[in-house]
Design a protein around this ligand. Structure first.
Ligand SMILES: NC(=O)c1ccc[n+]([C@@H]2O[C@H](COP(=O)([O-])OP(=O)(O)OC[C@H]3O[C@@H](n4cnc5c(N)ncnc54)[C@H](O)[C@@H]3O)[C@@H](O)[C@H]2O)c1
Ligand SMILES: O[C@H]1[C@H](O)[C@@H](O)[C@H](O)[C@@H](O)[C@H]1O
Length: 339
């Protein structure tokens, strides 16, 4: 059976998801699109042959021909669209962050609980990236012993000018927060945000860079470097250090050049080429699971928990001290983190 998908938000990420759904995911068809910018919606519809353009995003969600929805509009719109999908009983792949505050994320969790089943998958695509999956497999095999420390580097070549610098934590670092919870199978209990020297290439009112230190319930320390005007490219790297060994995560490269005494590998320009496989696997898993009424990947609860950690980081920025992570008790509807 083919799942008819409606996509809200046809910018960089939405257009990329439409292309992937149309060319590389089985059992799916992009049936409808919407964007606040109508020209962009029309362009996206042309790419997904036969997709209808809706001028109203809620009309798209309620369209009887739409079985499931991808939300890839601006961060501050996610909550209302995710809530409308839950009310309509339709599976939704909502780009991260689930909402801009933990309180708003909790409203989505509560809506799902009222409906009695999870419908929301949050777009934490690193959980579907082959390198991160391998990292988790090796850690879970016991080969490197118990995890002690996780280092995470998250650099972007540039950043959307409309975003405030809090997005370094709520929109960028939130990936590192989610992947740390998922890899380690532990909740983060405290957060300390450090503010390194500001990059002179950022806007004058924009604090680029941040350095976070997160502590898990079992005492693992996670450090996260966030730097979004790195200029040279998109660079996500990390190392997990265990009692018996370590696992390093390098950007995948398809070729290495050697000439004039130098060895070189290309650096991705942005998240799309770097996480191409992850986005495809994420969308395929969402379509396959949706067909049997399940959710794979990050749930609304994971969206809430990561937002609560991001908020603790922002609190630490404001106070200059370590902040506890305030998190509600986890409802039985959601599976606990697997260590
Ligand atoms: N998982 C990832 O790796 C990843 C990567 C990039 C972006 N994102 C997330 O995806 C979302 C989109 O990011 P982007 O980089 O594509 O941004 P973008 O600005 O390129 O695109 C956003 C689109 O949403 C549209 N839009 C905004 N408000 C709308 C509304 N109320 N109704 C309908 N359309 C609306 C805009 O017109 C625009 O076309 C963001 O939430 C972002 O955080 C996730
Ligand atoms: O929305 C994007 C996206 O989530 C990317 O994966 C991240 O690296 C960027 O910093 C963020 O702005």
């Amino acid at each position: 059976m083919t799942m008819n998908i409606g996509v809200i938000g046809c910018g960089l990420m939405g257009a990329d998801h439409i292309r992937t759904l149309t060319t590389a995911v089985s059992g799916a068809r992009v049936a409808a699109v919407n964007d606040a910018d109508e020209g962009r919606a029309a362009g996206a519809a042309a790419e997904a042959e036969g997709a209808r353009v809706h001028s109203d995003p809620f009309g798209l969600i309620d369209d009887a021909e739409v079985d499931a929805v991808v939300v890839a509009s601006a961060d501050e719109t996610h909550e209302e669209f995710a809530l409308a999908c839950v009310r309509a009983g339709k599976p939704v792949l909502c780009e991260k962050p689930l909402a801009t505050t933990s309180e708003a994320c909790l409203r989505v969790v509560e809506a799902e609980m009222r409906g009695g089943r999870p419908l929301v998958q949050v777009g934490f695509m690193r959980r579907f990236d082959p390198s991160y999956l391998e990292m988790k497999r090796v850690l879970d095999s016991g080969r490197i012993g118990r995890a002690l420390m996780l280092h995470s580097v998250h650099r972007n070549a540039g950043y959307p000018p409309a975003l405030p610098d809090s997005a370094l934590i709520t929109g960028t670092g939130v990936h590192d927060i989610d992947i740390a919870r998922w890899l380690l199978g532990q909740e983060i209990v405290t957060a300390t945000a450090h503010t390194p020297r500001r990059s002179g290439l950022a806007r004058p009112d924009f604090q680029d860079t941040r350095f976070l230190v997160l502590e898990t319930e079992n005492g693992v320390l996670v450090d996260v470097e966030i730097f979004v005007n790195a200029g040279y490219g998109y660079d996500v790297r990390g190392e997990l250090v265990g009692e018996l060994g370590s696992i390093s995560l390098h950007p995948p490269a398809t070729l290495t050049t050697r000439y004039e005494g130098l060895e070189g590998r290309p650096v991705a320009r942005d998240f799309r080429p770097r996480f191409q496989d992850a986005y495809r696997n994420e969308l395929q898993a969402w379509v396959t699971a949706g067909a049997s009424g399940e959710v794979r990947g990050a749930t609304a609860w994971d969206g809430y928990a990561s937002a609560a950690v991001a908020e603790a980081c922002l609190h630490s920025v404001a106070t200059g001290s370590t902040a506890p992570v305030e998190i509600a008790p986890q409802p039985a509807l959601y599976a606990p983190l697997a260590a």
